[in-house]
Design a protein around this ligand. Structure first.
Ligand code: F3S
Length: 754
């Protein structure tokens, strides 16, 4: 059962598990370990035999799972299919993504509770039924609540949200995953992950002046670009590390997601202890101190980092300047001193139409202290902000504390509006008024993403990202045409002044944080009988039916639904956007199936000829027609089929709509595994050129299924419309366990039976 925070007993169990596994691995490897390796290897499923090499898949046993309310819906529906009474690890649900920002915290929360009532009812009843902890709307943003309550050095966790690595600021190995991976861990299966390359980031010197932790990650994005972190973990070290607060470290780890990294993390230090103590988690701080050797890289690694890290990147904090990135990509970087020229060269609007500070990335007590001090400098001269400012606190703990300590009042006094403790404008949930869609304008945020439409749905909004201090400085000046840190400001009395970097800032409150437990719905002692609430007529939620088991016979006379040409990512198979509203309703969301896939016969996306009536129709209509007629189908794909996000719907929808197999030249590995989990056969042409044998209107036999075994092949027979036949041999990569999933109809069916 999940408690309101990580208990001492639980943390001790994690450290014991790590120590035992590491003893085995150290004996095998006989070399010093990085901190990342200590956590990763300390959580191996089979430490005695797992091959430990970057680029290989390894099976691990994470300690906990966090779900945000948008992705939680399908994850929990799948968990229910496994027939378990409780999850294998502690699970929390966080109601943060569905709250729209409009009129301010109070009215926005009431509206969200109404609009999303059925989703919240489902999530809360499921959490009571299965012993999950549930943080209700208004309690806070998933990553901030995790930091405050559950993260600790050495923890390994998964979250169904990209910015889960935020917990790396407290020394956790925290990865953002799709629902399928989260469900695996919830039902007691291991988490399979590509062993990452471990990059050491050496921080030298100290932050000073206006430079903030955010500028470190913006600098790294400038150097490495958005693709620079794929299959990499960024482990920070060096004398600069201790000069950054735990929440500053979290900001850096949070935005490691923009590099595409598996995760980012900092080693345990006194700043983490200070934060844990301030959150009322004294025992966690002490336990980490007692196990400090487990929670840092070995000294030999730090003495010779280039030998033990795959790569070492140096950042000199003494020389680092405040940065701004954007618009439309977080790696389009400039410095504050270069911003005016950047804006002029790009033709972006100079006027700052909105500034936003907060979100999961930058809403710490320290951040709020700094910007409240800047607001104080303004108010002292009788001035207000020139740009409207929205504040999105990361949690009720932060909001209530800055209310108690006066920062909130100082920000409101210069014109700030405080929104609900939720994602809001960070995830496009901003009901923006006063600007017609399509109007070009510039905004600045301390958030983490800035691709077009991310905040207000307007593709013409140019979003720039910077530290909270830099955002506020621009909100004070109102435009990007001058350096806000060096330009004089005219006070109400006609005198002039410059902003001064805030001094003597508290990174945590002297009186400790206001602990909010009102937002936590604790699991019931006897929750097992709780009824899970889903309205039968709901269009957003529906209980999943188990997929049927394999009939035991070869597949014969299947329809060809799709032959895709070129790129076919999970976004082509199951597009997001407006469809996300139906993510808890498999039948409704399946109306998007293959909407983006390019028909190899026509070059058109999303459409083909319906083999029953001869009409050109969207794939979802054709698949439904085949299903209604009792016919099953196959999809054929090109290379790297299913690349992109690990969205589980891209495997579930084809299965739900009657798909039995997907045949490709090659698969993206995660999607291939997701297909196996849903009971779909992923097959590849032994001869890639046999892809060309597939013709429009083919009927398909897949033979040899009764002898399916690891390493066996499957015979493909294509019956063409002209009466001719083509033959091909297909490979599969199913192991014995995965073959059992196929026979049972899905991995969850198999688990339920086991
Ligand atoms: Fe994601 Fe919410 Fe943060 S949308 S980026 S978790 S504020």
């Amino acid at each position: 059962m999940t408690s309101v925070d990580s208990t001492a007993a639980y943390i001790e169990t994690v450290y014991r598990k790590m120590a035992t596994a590491l003893a085995i691995v150290r004996q095998r490897l006989a070399r010093p370990l990085t901190y990342t390796e200590k956590i990763l290897y300390g959580h191996l499923d089979a430490p005695a035999e797992t091959e430990l090499e970057a680029g290989r898949y390894i099976k691990t046993r994470p300690d906990r799972v966090a779900l945000q309310d948008a992705t939680a819906q399908m994850a929990i529906l799948q968990f229910m299919l496994a027939g378990k009474d409780e999850a294998a690890v502690p699970v929390t649900i966080h109601c943060d993504h569905l709250i729209r920002a409009h009129r301010g915290a109070g009215p926005d929360l009431s509206l969200a509770r109404n609009e999303n009532r059925e989703v919240y009812d489902f999530l809360t009843s499921a959490s009571q039924r299965y012993g999950f902890g549930c943080w209700l709307p208004g309690a806070g943003i998933i990553h901030q609540v995790i930091l405050e309550r559950y993260a600790f050095p050495g923890l390994m966790m998964l979250g169904t949200d990209s910015h889960t690595p935020n917990a790396g600021g407290l020394g956790a190995f925290a990865s953002g995953v799709g629902g399928a991976d989260a469900v695996d861990v919830m039902v007691g299966m291991p988490w399979e992950v590509l062993h990452p390359h471990i990059v050491g980031v050496h921080l030298k010197g100290r932050l000073h002046g206006w430079t903030a932790p955010k500028d470190i990650i913006l600098r790294l994005l400038a150097v490495l670009t958005c693709a620079g972190g794929t299959n990499r973990v960024f482990e920070y070290f060096g004398d600069g590390v201790e000069s950054i607060s735990a929440t500053g470290k979290s900001t850096i780890c949070n935005m490691g997601a923009e590099l595409g990294a598996t995760t980012s993390l900092f080693p345990f230090d006194r700043r983490m202890q200070l934060y844990l103590q301030s959150c009322g988690r004294r025992e966690a701080a002490e336990l980490a101190g007692q196990h400090a050797d487990l929670l840092r890289a070995d000294p030999e690694v730090l003495a010779d980092p280039t030998r033990y890290f795959a790569e070492v990147i140096e950042i000199d904090l003494d020389a680092l300047e405040p940065h701004v990135v954007g618009p439309h990509s977080p790696d389009r970087a400039t410095t504050v001193s270069g911003m005016a020229a950047h804006v002029a060269a790009g033709g972006y609007p100079e006027k700052v139409s909105y500034a936003m500070i907060g979100s999961c990335t930058n809403s710490s007590y320290e951040d709020m202290e700094k910007i409240a001090a800047m607001a104080g400098q303004l108010a002292d001269r009788g001035l207000r902000l020139k740009t409207p400012l929205l504040i999105t606190p990361g949690s009720e703990q932060v909001r209530a504390t800055i209310e108690r300590d006066g920062q909130l009042a100082r920000l409101e006094a210069v014109g700030a509006t405080v929104l609900a403790n939720a994602c809001g404008p960070c995830i496009g949930q901003w009901n923006r008024e006063g600007l017609e869609k399509g109007t070009k304008n510039s905004i600045i945020t301390s958030y983490n993403r800035n691709f077009p439409k991310r905040n207000d749905g307007n593709p013409e909004t140019c979003c720039f990202i910077a530290s909270p201090e830099t955002c506020l400085a621009y909100a004070i000046h109102g435009d990007f045409s001058r350096d806000p840190y060096t330009t004089e400001i005219k006070a109400a009395d006609g005198s002039t002044f410059r902003l001064n970097p805030p001094q003597a800032v508290h990174e945590v409150p002297e009186a400790g944080f206001v602990r909010d437990v009102a937002g936590f719905l604790a699991p019931l002692e006897n929750g097992g009988r709780t009824e899970i609430k889903i309205r039968p007529e709901s269009e957003r939620l529906a209980i999943l039916d188990p997929f049927p088991p394999w009939s035991g016979a070869d597949f014969r006379n299947l329809r060809l639904l799709l032959k895709a040409r070129g790129k076919c990512t999970t976004d082509h198979i199951s597009p997001a956007g407006p469809w996300l509203r139906f993510r808890g309703h498999l039948d409704n969301i399946s109306n998007n199936i293959f909407n983006g896939a390019v028909n190899a016969f026509t070059g058109e996306a999303g459409k083909a000829v319906n083999g029953i009536n001869g009409e050109i129709q969207p794939y979802n209509e054709i698949a439904r027609a085949y299903k209604t007629a009792g016919e099953s189908w196959v999809a054929v794909g090109d290379t790297n089929y299913g690349e992109g996000s690990s969205r589980e719907h891209a495997a579930m929808s084809p299965r739900h709509m009657g798909g039995l197999a997907v045949i490709t030249r090659s698969f993206a590995r995660i999607h291939e595994t997701n297909l196996k989990k849903q009971g779909i056969l992923p097959l590849t042409f032994t001869r890639p050129e046999d892809y060309d044998l597939v013709q429009d209107g083919d009927r398909i036999d897949l033979l040899g299924l009764t002898e399916l075994a690891p390493g066996s092949t499957v015979r493909l027979v294509l019956h063409h419309r002209d009466g001719s036949i083509s033959d091909s041999v297909l490979n599969h990569s199913l192991n014995a366990e995965q073959i059992a999933w196929f026979k049972a109809g899905s991995a969850l069916n198999f688990l339920r039976r086991a």
